[in-house]
Design a protein around this ligand. Structure first.
Ligand SMILES: [Zn+2]
Length: 398
């Protein structure tokens, strides 16, 4: 038995006897109702939204029904929906372009590992071996989940939802005692996101992220390197962020660092922690540097490696012209900024700052870019300008 969070179970075990039985009954009843609320009649759904949507997120209204239905279908039958999605929205050309960018980004990251002066050759060798062992998944799984054992009917929506939940639990339990299935995906194809799974040393890009503003077939390379390119760099860097760096090339939790190199790496990670601790999200509420350090190390590394890969892709070619008066270098950074343009309610900003490992969008842009002299020179900023940190205050991990 592998218990990931023993403290939780110790505390819960104590509460089993200390909390009155009547309270447990109320709590468990509430858990059941809230979990099923979105599939129940509108009174339940509205009450659930009033708390999770309005109170916690400051949202004014529900998403339209069609959007909630698509999200529920993605949650329950993601790889069935995914087959329809990729047939309509994902082309072999998208996959090929993505593959080329991933190769270029990995090559650029390799160069950075080879040239970091704070790392010994012993650790460097391990880092390069880990990078070379990265598995890549693009678009959709080679083998789809078989849903034939899941009954769906037109009689009752909530029963369908409950059966889908039970199906997912049974699927997980069936894995016990069997060899790891490395073909499995942790996100569905329509998902607009990507991930690095340390336990399998893999980077995964669902088809859904290959659309604007992340990837725009109509835009030039500068924009796309700044957007999806930096996202690819972000996922690569996750394998070498403050947590990812603890896993080896096979996905084992195993230290491959020399003691001195690990100290250097931690000092560099701490620089990022301190910078983000200093950002104020909402009046009186600062970001938590430690909470967002992995994402912020990945953003910084991702942008630096994507910028390097973009410049390399231009070698031997004529310099791209300005578009709308923006230079190629400026367009790279605009690509990143467009990915994260967002507007938050104060409630949503507070919630994300309190419990999400991702910093608020504006800090995902201004944070890393203020550490990049490449950004300052692209926009002719000087030391002392708000988006420029003096050299000794800049962070650089990778
Ligand atoms: Zn991330």
């Amino acid at each position: 038995i592998n218990v990931a969070h023993p403290e939780f179970f110790q505390a819960a075990d104590k509460m089993m006897t200390e909390v009155p039985l009547a309270d447990w009954k109320t709590y468990l009843r509430w858990q059941l109702v809230t979990a099923a609320a979105d599939a129940l009649s509108s009174k339940f759904e509205t009450e659930n939204f009033n708390f999770f949507g309005k109170t916690l997120q400051g949202r004014k209204e529900q998403y339209p029904v069609w959007r909630r239905c698509v999200a529920a279908t993605d949650g329950a039958l993601g790889e069935a929906l995914g087959q329809v999605y990729v047939a309509r929205a994902f082309t072999p050309d998208s996959k090929a372009r993505m593959q080329t960018m991933i190769n270029n980004l990995i090559a650029a990251f390799r160069e950075r590992v080879q040239t970091r002066d704070w790392m010994s050759d012993a650790t460097r060798k391990e880092a390069l071996a880990k990078l070379a062992a990265f598995q890549q998944k693009i678009g959709y799984p080679d083998k789809w989940i078989d849903y034939t054992a899941l009954d769906m009917s037109r009689d009752s929506y909530v029963q369908n939802a409950l059966r889908a939940g039970a199906f997912a639990v049974r699927r997980d339990l069936d894995k016990i005692g069997k060899p790891l299935d490395r073909q499995e995906w942790g996100m569905t194809p329509p998902t607009v996101n990507a991930y690095n799974n340390w336990l399998q040393n893999e980077i995964v890009f669902p088809a859904g992220i290959l659309q604007a503003p992340f990837f725009n077939a109509e835009a030039d390379d500068a924009i796309n390197y700044g957007a999806i390119g930096a996202v690819i760099g972000h996922e690569i860097t996750h394998g070498f962020d403050d947590q990812g760096a603890k896993f080896d090339l096979q996905g084992n939790l195993k230290n491959w660092w020399t003691e001195v190199d690990l100290k250097n790496f931690e000092a560099r990670s701490d620089c990022v922690v301190k910078q983000f601790d200093a950002f104020e999200a909402e009046p009186g509420l600062n970001l938590k540097g430690k909470l967002v350090s992995g994402e912020s190390i990945a953003d910084l590394g991702g942008l630096q490696v994507a910028y390097q890969a973009y410049l390399k892709s231009l070698e031997g070619k004529p310099r791209p012209a300005a578009i709308d008066n923006f230079t190629p270098e400026q367009r790279f950074f605009l690509g990143w900024a467009q990915v994260w343009s967002a507007k938050y309610t104060p409630e949503a900003a507070r919630r994300q700052t309190t419990d999400d490992t991702h910093p608020l969008s504006r800090f995902r842009v201004n944070g890393p870019l203020s550490n990049m002299p490449e950004f300052a020179s692209a926009f002719q900023c000087k030391v002392g300008d708000p988006m420029v940190r003096a050299e000794k205050e800049r962070c650089q991990v990778w």
